[in-house]
Design a protein around this ligand. Structure first.
Ligand code: 3MF
Ligand code: MG
Length: 345
């Protein structure tokens, strides 16, 4: 019996459509209303930034923060949803303006670590042991602004402090090569897993791979995933698509390159990812032009395209593909794949 997939997204994936050149164009959807839509769209996992769960966390004590996170857990339970992870949103606070863990300012670095501790508390309150670190501003606008050697050591020290603070927490690092910074310090899954290996507890540090981030690094997302899967370290994904080297587009899964999307599905299928507890996260954005009533289509569509590609993988003539591989007839293999994807045979 082939496994079935579980899907997740974050509340930020239902959004007002603002971009750097224009203000919001759709009304804000209340958090509670967003949660109501998950099931209908085919999703059961909710991804949280720490302050998605506890919006005013900077003004609250650790005990109050945990209590609020537990309240959110009750809402999730009632809606038949589960929290996948909590992620420290360091990049919106003025203290994180030049990065948190790698800021030149020791007070900002201390703040970042304390914030990450609260984020771990929030994860537990929400009923999960899982954190994701997208290292938004951990990098530089100009290289000379920081000592990168020192910065990498600070990053590792921060990671270790969280691992020692919370013996249950597991952390997936989400690499991205740029944006908002010009140069980000952990641009690929290789960097993320090297950091994990040096950490105080390598068994509790893994990776989350986002398709667009790999593409922005000039890499193939399915090979990035394979690298993590081979090490047992692919703990979540942010599937989406990206049309070349430009701003992070977060297009619907498969929208720019269907064959590349197929290969991501294929590698997840080869790894038996569906049989794990892990989620298929869809980090996709609605186009600015979408009207409010049609501003969740990108989520339902991405999930549908993913499942259609799963079906394509499962219904491929694997015997014929295997034969082509055995004969090193990759022209035949390629034709077989394209014909199958296009429904020609
Ligand atoms: C940025 C991202 C982020 C992260 C999110 C969770 C807004 O390019 O992809 O989404 O995925 O912060 O870690
Ligand atoms: Mg992402």
């Amino acid at each position: 019996m082939p496994g079935t997939y579980r899907f997740s997204f974050g509340p930020w994936n239902i959004h007002e459509g603002a971009d750097p050149f224009g203000p919001p164009i759709r009304p804000t959807v209340a958090f509670a209303r967003k949660l109501e839509q998950y099931r209908g769209l085919g999703f059961e996992g909710v991804q949280f930034h720490d302050d998605d769960a506890v919006p005013d966390m900077e003004k609250l004590s650790p005990a109050q923060i945990t209590a609020q996170a537990k309240e959110v857990k009750k809402v999730l339970d009632d809606a038949g949803l589960v929290a996948e992870f909590s992620a420290p949103r360091l990049w919106e606070d003025p203290r994180g303006v030049d990065g948190g863990f790698t800021s030149n300012d020791p007070a900002a670095r201390r703040w970042a670590v304390e914030r990450a501790k609260r984020c771990a508390d929030i994860a537990h309150g929400l009923g999960t042991n899982f954190m994701v670190w997208w290292l938004a501003r951990e990098g530089t606008y100009i290289r000379e602004a920081k000592n990168a050697i020192e910065a990498h050591r600070w990053l590792l020290e921060s990671l270790n402090e969280i691992l020692l603070y919370d013996r249950q927490i597991t952390i997936a690092i989400e690499p991205k090569p740029n944006e908002p910074m010009d140069h980000a310090y952990i641009p690929t899954i290789g960097h993320a897993l090297a950091l994990a290996a040096q950490s105080a507890d390598p068994s509790r540090v893994g990776g989350l791979i986002e398709s667009a981030h790999a593409i922005l690094a000039g890499l193939d997302p399915s090979d990035e995933m394979a690298f993590a899967l081979a090490a047992g370290k692919l703990w979540s994904v942010h599937l989406n698509d990206q049309n070349g080297l430009k701003f992070d587009q977060d297009k619907a899964f498969g929208a720019a390159d269907l064959r590349r999307a197929y290969n991501q599905v294929r590698v997840l299928e080869l790894a038996g990812y569906a049989d794990t507890e892990r989620f298929i996260g869809l980090d996709v954005k609605a186009m600015r032009t979408q009207k409010p009533e049609a501003a969740t289509r990108h989520l339902a569509n991405s999930r549908r395209f993913f499942l259609a590609l799963v079906d394509k993988h499962r219904t491929l003539n694997h015997a014929a593909a295997g034969q082509a591989v055995a004969q090193r007839d990759y022209e035949q293999l390629e034709a077989l794949i394209l014909e199958h994807l296009m429904g020609l045979k």
